[in-house]
Design a protein around this ligand. Sequence first.
Ligand code: SF4
Length: 279
Amino acid sequence: MEVILAEKAGFCFGVMRALDIISKVRKSTNLPIYTLGPIIHNPQVVEKLKKDGIIPIESLDEVEGKGYLVIRSHGVPPEVIEEAERRGFKLIDATCPYVKRVQEYAKMLVNEGYRVVIVGEENHPEVKGILGHTGDRAEIYSSDMDVKPREKIGVVAQTTQSFTNLKEAIDHLLERAGELRVFNTICSATHERQEAAKELAQKVDVMIVIGGKNSANTTRLARISRTICPRTYHIETAEEIQPEWFEAANRVGITAGASTPDWIIDAVYQKVIGLQEVR
Ligand code: SF4
């Protein structure tokens, strides 16, 4: 049985950068470090960080403002930063520079008088952050939104959106708006992982997709893979692997979402290779 790793898999630049920032802060202080929401959508990494005193919180009300507060790669609305500073947290902004760019474009479009449309998931923290940077003057794209003739519309996309979704929104708005200004703010990391997964899924009998079950991008990766290779399994750790998944399989593909660390990918790889040895 041949085991092949996808060409692009695992941590993206923004996640790696956020974890690097957090590790430097940990080395420099004994004060508590909090992250607003889990630093990444990977329960195993979050558990590991907890052991180092890096604690995820859901709201600023959960702690007294004595310690560091890390803003994760998704970013937050500006009022959250203002409130954290007012409460005395030492702020560490690990917002991914690509997400910052979306926030800046959206704000600029509002200031220039555009009706701003975000192509993204309404409840995703990144989208809430972008919305906040426009002073809540943007809206989430929906195919039934009412567009008046000659309206000036500015479009940005959540970084992890698919090109298909962005193109659909542009097509729809282009037919109706007087002026359409589009910033393609989709991050290539997601697209590259999806393309590499598609390519690999065509060549193998079984696909293993590794990443948090709470990670939207890993879940999407598994869904894409499954449309090509029905024997696709989404797992978080090597312990979930079942030997019967590989019956009569000659080739196995492994990929991982942008929030999956190398040590988990490696453990999965070793476990699959090990199964082959006992067959
Ligand atoms: S997926 Fe792209 S935008 Fe999101 S954190 Fe990673 S590098 Fe940044």
